[in-house]
Design a protein around this ligand. Structure first.
Ligand code: FE2
Ligand code: FE2
Length: 178
């Protein structure tokens, strides 16, 4: 699987943010954005599948796949917002729940691969109408945002800051660092 990286300079900026601020940033800039992006994509995909069902490049099943992505992502984001993020913001980094979220991220990456396979990597046919072009442009934007979202959580948010991790040292390990 391809590993998507955040730009180095931006990564340093994110790493310098207090965890509480980073959590708020992710909810506002990624979770809320996906909640706006996906319903629009679903409507557009349904329209293209209805109007162009006899076109050989029609992304048949895209509407259904996007609904699956929306349901799975919404459930995942709610778990983060209601359970994991408040713990992280409070300085607790529970390894079990973090591992579950990371596994779900891997599944999201698989869903992205399915979206790309169904849409010829978001490349519309040469005779595509305006709505089809809009659909694929917006889908490519969503995929880019979701990659960034996942990378930011996996590589920054879920990693315990060095200062906090130091509290587990001195022979008094609480077990949370395993
Ligand atoms: Fe998230
Ligand atoms: Fe996540």
């Amino acid at each position: 699987m391809t590993t998507y990286a955040i730009h180095e300079q931006t990564l340093a900026d994110y790493q310098a943010m207090p965890t509480k601020d980073l959590v708020e940033f992710i909810v506002e800039n990624f979770h809320e954005k996906h909640r706006a992006q996906l319903p629009e994509l679903i409507i557009l995909a349904r329209k293209i599948e209805e109007v162009h069902h006899d076109h050989n490049a029609c992304p048949t099943g895209l509407n259904e796949l996007l609904q699956t992505v929306y349901q799975e992502l919404e459930s995942h984001m709610l778990k983060e917002e209601q359970i994991l993020f408040p713990m992280l913001a409070g300085g607790i980094f529970p390894q079990g729940p973090i591992a579950v979220m990371e596994e779900e991220h891997e599944h999201h990456e698989q869903l992205i691969e399915q979206l790309q396979a169904l849409t010829n990597q978001c490349q519309p046919p040469t005779d595509a109408c305006g709505s089809w072009l809009t659909l694929y442009t917006q889908l490519a934007d969503f995929i880019f945002d979701l990659h960034q979202h996942i990378a930011l959580e996996n590589t920054v948010l879920f990693k315990q800051p060095a200062a906090a991790a130091g509290h587990h040292g001195n022979g008094h390990c609480c077990g949370g660092c395993q």
